[in-house]
Design a protein around this ligand. Structure first.
Ligand code: ATP
Ligand code: MG
Length: 248
């Protein structure tokens, strides 16, 4: 059995079907790039995985433990257990503006892990990892976009997630700042972090991903290693999408 198994996820917003039977598996240490045009359901997929949205049906199984029973929304306890094994990084960082960098890491950790004594030490180690230990007592408004995103990555790593979800982590950043965020993500990948990355950075997908999922209209239209998807896509929709991205 695969480390993460997603089976037949269905999700509608009112009458609009957004995920229409999404199934895939992920092995430990895989870096999965999720690509596809706007509105294809990429963000919704990640949000459903981490429990920010309820699903209409389908299952998510991690390491043999099923979190969303077939045909049911996750109950709060199960959702929390699922979320506890994943960290998520958003396009717009979502840092708490009224907290320092250190508090941004420590406060959510204290909420989800009451009584844990290792918060300060973890916070220090992770800020060091993303190269921002010197910014620990600074407020987010004093940081560049790339620095904010590196703080957001460190914050997501606080709970020692087994899977990291990234939703277009660099699309709010200019190319220079994009590079510093991607290099941290590459380092995580080298450390065998299991990652699902929604991205428009095709070069990152090509170099760093072990597999690429191409989403279209709420379905996975094609999946495969980057060497295949980018050079000889099987589906005409994939070829058309890649053509449109490369012309941008
Ligand atoms: N909370 C919501 N309420 C209603 N409709 C929603 C909601 N969230 C997303 N949708 C709709 O679901 C569809 C898929 O949205 P989603 O954000 O998952 O797409 P996406 O692939 O991430 O697109 P993008 O590349 O633009 O980020 C869109 O039609 C969107 O309008
Ligand atoms: Mg999106």
């Amino acid at each position: 059995m695969a480390f993460l198994e997603v089976r037949q996820l269905e999700k509608s917003f009112d009458a609009l079907p957004v995920l229409r039977g999404v199934s895939f598996t992920v092995e430990r240490g895989d870096v999965i790039a999720v690509i596809g045009s706007s509105g294809s359901g990429k963000s919704t997929l990640l949000r459903c995985l981490i429990g920010l949205e309820t699903v209409d049906s389908g299952t998510v199984t991690i390491d043999g433990e099923t979190f969303i029973p077939e045909g049911q929304s996750p109950d709060p306890r199960r959702r929390k257990a699922l979320a506890g094994r994943m960290g998520m990084v958003f396009q717009n960082f979502n840092l708490f503006p009224h907290m320092t960098v250190r508090q941004n890491l420590l406060e959510p950790y204290r909420m989800t892990t009451p009584g844990a004594a290792d918060g300060e030490e973890k916070c220090r180690r992770l800020l060091e990892k993303v190269g921002l230990l010197d910014k620990a007592d600074v407020y987010p408004s004093k940081l560049s976009g790339g620095q904010k995103q590196r703080v957001a990555i460190a914050r997501a790593l606080m709970k020692s997630p087994e899977i990291m979800l990234f939703d277009e982590p660099t699309s709010a950043l200019d190319p220079l700042l994009t590079g510093e965020v991607l290099s941290i993500m590459r380092r995580l990948a080298e450390e065998h972090m299991t990652m699902l990355v929604v991205t428009h950075e095709m070069s990152f997908a090509q170099e760093a991903a072990s597999r690429v999922l191409f989403m279209k209209d709420g379905c996975i239209a094609e999946e495969g290693p980057p060497s295949e998807i980018f050079t000889r896509p099987r589906q005409p929709e994939t070829a058309a999408f890649l053509g449109s991205v490369s012309r941008r």
